[in-house]
Design a protein around this ligand. Sequence first.
Ligand code: SAH
Length: 395
Amino acid sequence: MSELRQVRPKTEGWKQQKDAEGKPLLMFAEPKRGKPPVHLVDMTAEERAAKMKELGMPAFRAKQIAAHYFTKYTSDPAEMTDLPAAGREELVAGMLPPLLTEVKRLQTDNGDTIKFLWRLFDGALVESVLMRYTGRITLCISSQAGCGMNCPFCATGQAGLTRNMSAAEIVEQVVRANQAIAAGELGGSKAKLADAPSRVTNIVFMGMGEPLANYSRVMTAVRTMVAPQPEGLGMSARGVTVSTVGLVPAIKKLAEENIPVTFALSLHAPDDELRDELIPVNSKWKVDEALDAARSYFDATGRRVSIEYALIKDMNDHAWRADLLAEKLNARGKGWVHVNPIPLNPTPGSIWTASTRDVTDEFVRRLEKAGVPTTLRDTRGKEIDGACGQLAAAD
Ligand code: SAH
């Protein structure tokens, strides 16, 4: 009978915030707060030139500072000896104001995984998770302090949206991670292998926040990541994954940007009845609309999209749901999509748990049998509350 069982456990320890109509509260607009200091990454070329003028410096100084930041990963004026000593401190402070203060660092996997807890200028807390694999280094970054999407199985959404992060606050997570790697702090035996990368090679927007709800700043950050050094971080667009709950108009916009980032849709249920509950934004954009938008992303970019599916015991892991998912994906063609199921990571207060091994295997088997490429995702950082859905940024 487990085919039919549908368990809706109550969540303990926290209450999902509701709107005036009693539906899960969705926060698209950020609460009014002060803006973070403006940083080089946030400025257009004209704004950089204007800033130089204001500081009484020739325009090319901005390029020198950018080169230090994007190739040496430093914001320290003492290291910028190609800048004149007179006025150097003010110049660098004006272009590279401090944005992230490290509050705490937790490590696991023999030093191959580090979770950073950062304090922003206004006290808001965010996290990023740095993971060394063989031949690549992935950084999971945050795009918002908190999140307004209110998904009941994710720790980040439970406190709502504090604010959008600026483009520079987003990029600074990468720069600080590169700094840590350069200082030999992402240890473990993999660091000693001949092909061990010496900086972040892959970015996933799977930390705190809904990246497409902070669209323009996230796009500025992505453009900075993929711009060639020394104007940007020189990363490959395909190494950057943007993951979303499914904000359909923003997905369409992303498809038109001409930056072939990897796109991931957090689906978690193939039917609207259940997805309405697991992903409250499904009240606005339904499963079919989200899948159509994902397919159009593939059409526009040629990039195979990922469907994220956290397997929650007796909630969304039924065999018929695997079949329905396969049917909906195949109805939109072959070769455009793959599925990444991931066993649910526990979050505080929630009594939902991961699907059992057998049920997980059966879910994957059914998708594969239907011809849908499927990879069970390995999850890192559970021991340090650094895995998907566990980032709550508590001090
Ligand atoms: N807001 C974006 C990105 C952040 S979440 C999004 O939802 O896609 C990154 C991924 O972690 C998403 O696929 C999300 O659904 C998943 N996730 C959230 N909570 C989780 C949990 N408790 N266990 C496993 N994955 C989880």
